[in-house]
Write a protein that binds this ligand. Structure first.
Ligand code: SAH
Ligand code: SF4
Length: 392
């Protein structure tokens, strides 16, 4: 064994915060909710119906007060309120960008904070959610990668980000109101802080809740999970979640990818591409998104573009070019616009859709890969203020 630090952490050893005190019903799968209600004394023959009723109140109507669940008896409501809570993370602050992007600083149990970003577009509204506080991986262009993993989020904290955004957008329907087809929050991307495939079970349970037809009702086609390339978990994403897949590809040689996305040392380009060729859900109507961050002079040559299309040949794919978003102290620069266009052109002529992702919410540090930096800066300045004024 060499003395180099491991680049990944065993999933089993990642601390997962367990609830203390009354059990939170949010984030439980339907099965787990049923078991929990039965263990608390709900007669088994009623459990399925109770699950359906409570589920609808929570996830269809956004109700978080047992007493408002009027199709349950008063006694039963009181019993629920005694034993259980309905807790989602709290919005600590909200910043709204000039372009309408909203960035929420969200506090989770233990006093940790993550960020959730809402991006309104003409035909959709996308919520970018976090799956971990920090990240075990150390991609060199990503600000989250400079922060140690603090802990995995629970399924309640993951689905809770969707719920708190719906609270803020005022988007819960009135009980009994007709279904509203035009949604402010219509899409979810797991592209915030953390590597979702290193928190697989919680991400899966939360996304199952998001897709449940009796609740938040997002189609699996409107949920995209982005991974740096945790190969053993990729097939499971199709089988157990069924959402869309995006891969943080970012380089066309192992040498460069080893530096940008160090998990490549564990599962290299060939291994990753083989896993994608075998991906059970890939088809022309459900393409895998290849994310490619444009770093000046590092991975943005025409040669790279040609190599990229050669590498992914045969995989139903679309390529998403992401102009690098700078953060304080970042060791890279964004590629020039002409370079990005020239790269995009080669990809496009090879037959792939190659949208260039417009950076959103840059003025509030809400763009891809910038998350948490604003918070850190705020902390630092508070600490500086304390030092300067002799307080704290
Ligand atoms: N951990 C997952 C998901 C979170 S990152 C992953 O790596 O895929 C979401 C996307 O933003 C990834 O493609 C990531 O590589 C990209 N990204 C990270 N830092 C960035 C930055 N500074 N500028 C542009 N994109 C960045
Ligand atoms: Fe983690 Fe993704 Fe950032 Fe890499 S790009 S450090 S996997 S959050």
């Amino acid at each position: 064994m060499t003395a180099t630090a491991p680049i990944t952490q065993d999933v089993q050893t990642i601390p997962r915060k367990l609830p203390s005190g009354p059990v939170n019903l949010i984030g439980l799968t339907r099965d787990a909710l049923r078991e929990t209600l039965i263990a608390a004394g709900t007669p088994e023959r009623q459990a399925k119906m109770r699950v359906g009723q409570i589920w609808q109140w929570i996830y269809q109507w956004g109700v978080r007060d047992f007493n408002a669940m009027t199709n349950l008896s008063k006694t039963y409501r009181a019993e629920l309120a005694e034993r259980f809570v309905l807790d989602i993370p709290e919005i600590v602050s909200k910043q709204v960008s000039a372009d309408g992007t909203r960035k929420y600083l969200v506090r989770i149990a233990g006093g940790h904070e993550v960020e959730t970003v809402y991006i309104p577009e003409a035909d959709r509204g996308t919520l970018c959610i976090s799956s971990q506080v920090g990240c075990t991986l150390t991609c060199s262009f990503c600000h989250t990668g400079t922060q140690k993993l603090v802990r995995n989020l629970t399924s309640a904290e993951i689905i809770g980000q969707v719920m708190l955004a719906r609270d803020d957008l005022g988007e819960w329907p009135e009980p009994g109101a007709p279904k509203n087809e035009t949604r402010l929050l219509s899409n979810v991307v797991l592209m915030g802080m953390g590597e979702p495939l290193y928190n697989f079970d919680a991400v899966r349970d939360a996304m199952k809740i998001a897709m449940d037809p009796e609740g938040i009702q997002l189609s699996r086609r409107r949920i995209t999970l982005s991974t740096s390339g945790v190969v053993p978990e990729i097939a499971k994403t199709a089988e157990e979640i069924g959402c869309q897949l995006a891969i943080s590809f970012h380089a066309t040689t192992d040498d460069v990818r080893d530096k940008l996305v160090p998990i490549n040392k564990k599962w290299n380009l060939e291994t990753l591409l083989n896993a994608l060729r075998d991906y059970p859900k890939a088809s022309n109507s459900e393409r895998i998104t290849f994310e490619y961050v444009m770093l000046k002079g590092v991975n943005d040559s025409d040669e790279d573009a040609r190599r990229l299309v050669r590498l992914i040949k045969g995989i139903p794919a679309k390529i998403n070019l992401i102009p690098f978003n700078e953060w304080p102290g970042a060791p890279y620069e964004r590629s020039d616009w002409e370079r990005i266009e020239s790269f995009a052109d080669i990809v496009y002529k090879a037959g792939y859709a190659s949208p260039i992702r417009t950076p959103r919410g840059e003025d509030i540090m809400a763009a891809c890969g910038q998350l948490k930096s604003a918070t850190e800066r705020a902390r630092k300045s508070r600490a500086q203020i304390a030092a300067e004024t002799g307080t704290g």
